[in-house]
Design a protein around this ligand. Structure first.
Ligand code: ADE
Length: 247
C-alpha cells in the first residue's frame, strides 16, 4: 500500500518512521511519502491560504497547491492504482474500525491535511472526479489541523494489512472487531498474582477455560454497559444486561 500526505507541517508526520509503521516501511509492505504542500505554492511567501469569500473568521486553504499536487502525484482517472483521497476534518464521517477495514483494502491513500478554517470546497469537488474521496473525523473535538488525525487513521489501517501484525489473533479479539464486535475488551492481568494488595481475579488462576471465557464475556458486557451503552444497544440487541449500581 502507498500512502501520501499533503501537509504544511511535514515534521508532524515524522512518527510514521517509528514503531510499527516504520517496520512496515522497512519490510516493503508500505510506501510512505510526506509532501510539503508549500512546494506547490509559487509566490515569494509560498502562500497556501487566503481570506474566505463571504467573510468570516480565519483563513481558507487555497485550491491551486492541492490541484497541482494531485496532478504531480499522478492522482487522476488514469492514475492506475485505486486511490482514496482522505480529507481529515471535524466535519467528516466518524472514523470507525469498519472504515479502517474498508481503507485497508485499497492500494493508495492520499491524506490531505487541512489547517485553518478548512480547504476550499472545490478541492474536494475536483478530487471526487479523479479518485474516491472520504472526509473523515476522528472524534467530536477540534484539533489544530488534520495531521494528528491522519496519523491515527494510518495506524488503524496499516495494522490491518496482511502480514503487518505478528499475532493475527490479537486483531480478532479486540474491542471493535471480530467475535463480540462492538463490545469493549475485558481487563487483563499478568504476573505477579498479588501486587500492592491487589489480587488477580481467582477465576483467571483456575485453569478452567470455560469459566474464564464466561468471566471475560461478562466483563466485556459490564464495561460496555458502563462506558459505551450506545455500543451495547447496537451489538447485543436482545441480550439481557443492565448495570446494577455498586456491583
Ligand atoms: N482536524 C481538526 N480536528 C479534526 C478531527 N476531530 N478529526 C479529523 N480532522 C480534524
Amino acid at each position: 500500500m502507498r500512502l501520501d500526505y499533503l501537509t504544511i507541517f511535514p515534521d508532524y508526520l515524522a512518527p510514521l518512521s517509528l514503531s510499527l509503521p516504520g517496520k512496515a516501511i522497512r519490510s516493503g509492505l508500505l510506501e510512505v511519502h510526506v509532501h510539503d504542500l508549500r512546494a506547490w505554492a509559487h509566490d515569494r511567501h509560498r502562500t497556501v491560504d487566503d481570506t474566505p469569500y463571504g467573510g468570516g473568521a480565519g483563513m481558507v486553504m487555497k485550491p491551486e497547491p492541492f490541484g497541482e499536487a494531485f496532478a504531480d502525484l499522478g492522482i487522476g482517472p488514469d492514475g492506475g492504482a485505486r486511490t482514496t483521497v482522505v480529507f481529515t476534518t471535524p466535519s467528516g464521517e466518524p472514523f470507525t474500525q469498519q472504515l479502517a477495514t474498508e481503507l485497508a483494502t485499497g492500494e493508495r491513500i492520499v491524506f490531505a491535511c487541512g489547517r485553518y478554517e478548512g480547504i476550499d470546497q472545490r478541492v474536494l469537488d475536483h478530487a471526487g472526479t479523479i479518485a474516491e474521496v472520504r472526509e473523515i473525523s476522528i472524534g467530536d473535538y477540534v484539533l489544530n489541523g488534520g495531521e494528528v488525525a491522519a496519523l491515527a487513521i494510518t495506524e488503524a489501517v496499516v495494522r490491518l494489512l496482511p502480514g503487518f501484525m505478528g499475532n493475527a489473533a490479537s486483531l480478532v479479539e479486540e474491542s471493535h472487531s471480530g467475535e463480540g464486535a462492538g463490545l469493549l475488551e475485558y481487563p487483563v492481568y499478568t504476573k505477579p498474582a498479588s501486587w500492592q494488595g491487589y489480587d488477580v481475579p481467582a477465576v483467571l488462576l483456575s485453569g478452567d477455560h470455560g469459566r474464564i471465557a464466561a468471566w471475560r464475556h461478562e466483563q466485556r458486557l459490564r464495561r460496555t454497559a458502563e462506558r459505551r451503552p450506545d455500543l451495547l444497544h447496537a451489538s447485543a440487541a436482545g441480550t439481557e444486561w443492565k448495570v446494577v449500581p455498586g456491583t
